[in-house]
Write a protein that binds this ligand. Structure first.
Ligand code: MTE
Ligand code: HPA
Ligand code: MOS
Length: 750
C-alpha cells in the first residue's frame, strides 16, 4: 500500500508542529545557553535583557517549581544549569517574549561570567581521567585468552568512528497551551510522548494526569527526538505553566546543531585471532563511548554496541567491553542503529585488517564465519530462522560477485588515475528494545456508527510510514476501504505509558496491539452477523465491506452490520495491550534472549576513486534484504534506501568537528555535509530475500527502520580497497568518515 502521507506531503498540506495556528497572545521562547564547555557559573545578569520591551520573563533554574532534572536513565542532567556548566550549548536560561526577534535581541543582552574548568572532548581522554557513566559492561563467550594461544593469526588495531548529526528536516520544538485548573496541553515534536509528559510533570512538580502531550507527526527523528525532545518541551511547558499563556518554542537550525547531542563517537581497540582455514577463533574489543556531558540514553546505546559487536558472524570465543565516558560535549543520544553500527564497524575493521595482513580479500573471511542456525551469540541468544548465509549467498549469486570482482581487477590493471574497490557487507540486527520492560504497546479503536474507524496507538509517525502500516492492520482485519479509517494523532490521554517510537519496533509493538483490539471487535461483530443471518459464527467472514456466509455474499453490508451492532448495544470500541513474548535478559549474568528476532541482509558496494582528487563515486550498490513478508513494499524499500544513504553519509562525508574547547565547528550545512541525490549510486538495487517472515513481526513483516543503515559500512571498506589498489604503501586506517581529504592523503602516503 502507498504511504497515506504522500499526497499531503507533496502538496504541502500535511500538518507539522509549526503549522498549528497559534492562539492569540502566544509567546515565544528562546534558550540562552552556555558559551563555555566546562566551568563554574560565577555570575548571570539577566536584568538588561529582561528590561527590554516585549520580554515577558527570563526563567532560570530558580523558577523551577519541581525538580530541576531531566535525566532518564541516570538523574545527572539539570534542565537549566545551576552552579556549573558541562557543555557548550547547555541551557542556562529560557527567554520568553512576545516575538522571536525580541527574544533574540534579549539573548544578546544577557551577561555571564564563567570560571573555566578543563574541557574533555575525547572518550579515551575521559577514560584516562576515570570519567565514566555507570559501570562498564562485558559480554563473554568461551575463553578468549586461551583461544588466542591456539590462533595461527592474531591482529590488533585501534578504531575511531565519528558521531553523526541527525539533521531531521524539522528542528526540535513544542507548543504549550494552558488548560483548566493548572493543566497543560502540549504539542511536541517527539518520538516519546510519554517521556515528554513525565519530564514536564517532574519539572513542574505536578501529576502526569495534568499534562496532555499530542504529537501530529515529525519531520524526521532518527533517534534525535527519542529523549532529546524532552528539554525543549519541558521549558515550553514551564513557561506556559507559570505565565498561564500559550508558549511556542522551535529551535532554529544553529541552536539545534549546537545544543543537541548526536550519534556517539567511539574510540575502540580490537584483537582478532584466526586459524589457518580463516575461521575466526577469538575476538576481543574494548569500546570507549563518547557520551557527552550527561548519561541521556548512553548506557542503553552502549549495551547495543556489544550486542552487535560480532555482527553476522559466529565466533566461539568473544570478550567485548564497553565504557561510557563522560566528556564536555552535548549529551550524545539515540541515532538510527543505537550503538549497533559502532559495534559492527569494529568487527568489519578487524576482518579487513586480518585480510590485508594475510593477503586475501575480506570476503573470504566473512563468508566462512557467517552465523548458522543454532549458533550462540556472546549474550546467550541462540539463533533461529538465521538468514546470514542465505542473504549472503543470494547477494553473491544474484548480483554476480565473480563477474564484478573480475571487472574491478581488470579495470585496476588498466587504469592508474582511477581505481575501483568492492566490499561486501552483511548485517544482522536484533529487534526489540534491549531493555526488556520497554517492549509493550497499546492501541485504542473506535468503530463509529456509520462504519468508519478511528485508530489511536502509541506509534509516532516520523516519515517511516508507521501510520500506513497501522491503517493496513485495521483495513485488513475489518476488510474495509482505507478511506474509512483515520489515524489519530499520538496522544497521551488516548494511549498512555507508551515506549518511545524507536528500536525499529514501533510497527511490531503497536501493530500487534492494534491487531488484538481490531480482532476483539471483529469477533463481536461476527456474533451479531451470525445472529442476524441465523447461521453459525464460524461461517461468517468479511470481504470488501460485506458479510459473507460460507464464502457466499449475504444481505448484510459492513455498514449495516455496524448499525445492527449499535442497536444491539454492542461495544464498538476496544483497547488492547501487547507485550513481546519470549524475550528476557539477565544483566547480572549478561545472558538471555533479548531480541524477538533478527533482521538480516547483505550489500555489495562498488566504488571508483579518482586518484588525482581523492573523490569517489559509488558505481553500484546491490542489496538482498530480509523483509520477512513485507506488508508495505514501497515503504520498506524507502526505509532501506534512506537508511543506506544515512549509513553512507556517516561513513564517508558527515564529519562532526569540535575544537579542543568543545566548540562545534561543523555548526552549519556549509561545514557539515550530508549525502544528496548525487552522492549515492544511481545503480541501487534492493531485492527481497524470500523468507517466511517471523511470527513476532506484525503480519510477519519484519522491522526495517534501522538495520539497513549498516549496509553503509561497506562504503568505507570499498573505498579502502580502491586506495589499496593504488598505493601499496598505504597502512590500513580505521578512522571515519572517509572524506575525500583522507582518501587523498592515503593515496599518496609513503
Ligand atoms: N525514517 C524516516 N523517514 N524518518 C525517521 O525519523 N527514524 C528511524 C527509522 N526510519 C526515521 C526513519 C529510526 S532511528 C527508527 S528507530 C525507526 O525508523 C522508528 O520507526 P519504526 O520503529 O516504525 O521502524
Ligand atoms: N533501541 C532504541 N531505543 C532505545 C532502546 C533500544 O534498544 N532502548 C531504549 N531506547
Ligand atoms: Mo531509533 S535510534 O531507535 O529512534
Amino acid at each position: 500500500m502507498k504511504n497515506i502521507d504522500s499526497f499531503g506531503h507533496v502538496r504541502g498540506e500535511s500538518l507539522f508542529l509549526d503549522d498549528i495556528i497559534p492562539q492569540q497572545n502566544t509567546l515565544f521562547g528562546l534558550v540562552f545557553d552556555s558559551p563555555k564547555a566546562h566551568g563554574i557559573l560565577k555570575k548571570l545578569d539577566i536584568s538588561k535583557a529582561e528590561a527590554i520591551e516585549g520580554v515577558i520573563k527570563i526563567f532560570t533554574h530558580k523558577d523551577i517549581p519541581g525538580e530541576n532534572q531531566i535525566g532518564g536513565i541516570i538523574p545527572d542532567e539539570p534542565l537549566l544549569a545551576e552552579n556549573e556548566v558541562h557543555f557548550l550549548g547547555q541551557p542556562i536560561a529560557f527567554i520568553v517574549a512576545v516575538s522571536e526577534s525580541i527574544a533574540k535581541e534579549a539573548r544578546t543582552l544577557i551577561k555571564i561570567e564563567i570560571d573555566a574548568l578543563p574541557v574533555i572532548t575525547g572518550a579515551k581522554e575521559a577514560a584516562a581521567k576515570q570519567q565514566f557513566i555507570g559501570t562498564p559492561r562485558t559480554f563473554n563467550l568461551g575463553n578468549t585468552s586461551k583461544a588466542f594461544r591456539k590462533c595461527d593469526y592474531v591482529f590488533e588495531d585501534a578504531v575511531f568512528t565519528n558521531g553523526q548529526e541527525h539533521l531531521y528536516l524539522e528542528t526540535q520544538g513544542a507548543y504549550a497551551i494552558p488548560m483548566e485548573n493548572g493543566s497543560i496541553k502540549i504539542t511536541s515534536s517527539t518520538q516519546g510522548p510519554t517521556q515528554v509528559q513525565k519530564g514536564i510533570a517532574r519539572v513542574l512538580g505536578i501529576g502526569m494526569h495534568m499534562v496532555e502531550v499530542d504529537v501530529i507527526r515529525l519531520g524526521g527523528g532518527f533517534g534525535g527526538k527519542e529523549d532529546q525532545a524532552t528539554p525543549w518541551a519541558t521549558l515550553t511547558a514551564l513557561a506556559t505553566y507559570l505565565l498561564e499563556k500559550p508558549v511556542k518554542f522551535i529551535l532554529n537550525r544553529h541552536d539545534d546543531l549546537r545544543m543537541t547531542g548526536k550519534r556517539h563517537p567511539y574510540e575502540s581497540n580490537f584483537k582478532i585471532g584466526l586459524a589457518k582455514d580463516l575461521k575466526i577463533i577469538a575476538f576481543e574489543a574494548d569500546f570507549y563511548q563518547n557520551a557527552g556531558a550527561a548519561a541521556d540514553l548512553s548506557p542503553a546505546v552502549a549495551e547495543r554496541t556489544i550486542f552487535h559487536a560480532t555482527n553476522s558472524y559466529f565466533i566461539e570465543n568473544v570478550r567485548t567491553s564497553v565504557y561510557s565516558c563522560r566528556t564536555n560535549l552535548p549529551p550524545n543520544t539515540a541515532f538510527r542503529g543505537f550503538g549497533g553500527p559502532q559495534g559492527m564497524f569494529v568487527i568489519e575493521a578487524a576482518i579487513a585488517k586480518a585480510a590485508h595482513e594475510i593477503g586475501i580479500t575480506a570476503k573470504e573471511i566473512q563468508e566462512i564465519n557467517l552465523l548458522q542456525e543454532n549458533d550462540e551469540l556472546s549474550y546467550g541468544q541462540i539463533m533461529t530462522q538465521t538468514e546470514a548465509v542465505s542473504s549472503w549467498q543470494s547477494t553473491i549469486e544474484k548480483f554476480n560477485y565473480k563477474k564484478l570482482i573480475t571487472e574491478v581487477n581488470a579495470f585496476n590493471k588498466r587504469n592508474n588515475d582511477f581505481k575501483k574497490g568492492i566490499a561486501v557487507m552483511p548485517i544482522c540486527f536484533g529487534i526489540s528494545f534491549t531493555n526488556t520492560p520497554m517492549n509493550h504497546a497499546r492501541a485504542l479503536v473506535h468503530i463509529y456508527q456509520d462504519g468508519t474507524v478511528g485508530i489511536s496507538t502509541g506509534a509516532v509517525e516520523m516519515g517511516q510510514g508507521v501510520n500506513t502500516k497501522m491503517l493496513q492492520v485495521a483495513v485488513q482485519t475489518f476488510a474495509i476501504e482505507p478511506e474509512k479509517v483515520k489515524l489519530e494523532t499520538t496522544n497521551t490521554t488516548r494511549v498512555a505509558n507508551t515506549s518511545p517510537s524507536a528500536a525499529s519496533s514501533t510497527a511490531d509493538l503497536n501493530g500487534k496491539a492494534l491487531l488484538k483490539a481490531c480482532s476483539a471487535i471483529l469477533e463481536r461483530l461476527k456474533t451479531v452477523a451470525a445472529q442476524e443471518l441465523k447461521v453459525n459464527e464460524e461461517e461468517i467472514s468479511l470481504l470488501n465491506e460485506w458479510v459473507y456466509v460460507n464464502s457466499k455474499k449475504s444481505s448484510l453490508s459492513w455498514k449495516k452490520l455496524v448499525a445492527k451492532a449499535m442497536l444491539a448495544r454492542i461495544a464498538l470500541s476496544e483497547k488492547a495491550h501487547y507485550t513481546t513474548p519470549v524475550i528476557h535478559f539477565d544483566k547480572t549474568k549478561e545472558k538471555g534472549h533479548p531480541f524477538a528476532y533478527h533482521v538480516y541482509g547483505t550489500a555489495m558496494i562498488t566504488t571508483t576513486v579518482d586518484c588525482t582528487r581523492g573523490t569517489y563515486v559509488f558505481d553500484s550498490i546491490k542489496i538482498v534484504h530480509d523483509y520477512g513478508k513485507s506488508m508495505s513494499e514501497g515503504i520498506d524499500l524507502g526505509q532501506v534506501e534512506g537508511a543506506l544513504a544515512q549509513g553512507i553519509g556517516w561513513m564517508t562525508m558527515e564529519e562532526i568537528a569540535y575544537d579542543k574547547s568543545g566548540l562545534l565547528l561543523s555548526n552549519a550545512l556549509s561545514t557539515y555535509k550530508i549525502p544528496d541525490i548525487f552522492s549515492i549510486a544511481d545503480n541501487i538495487e534492493v531485492i527481497p530475500l524470500e523468507t517466511d517472515g517471523n511470527e513476532m513481526a506484525i503480519f510477519k513483516s519484519k522491522a526495517v527502520g534501522e538495520p539497513p543503515l549498516m549496509y553503509g559500512i561497506g562504503a568505507y571498506f570499498a573505498i579502502q580497497n580502491a586506495i589499496k589498489a593504488y598505493n601499496p604503501n598505504y597502512t590500513l586506517k580505521f578512522h571515519t568518515p572517509m572524506t575525500p581529504e583522507k582518501v587523498l592523503m592515503s593515496l599518496y602516503e609513503k
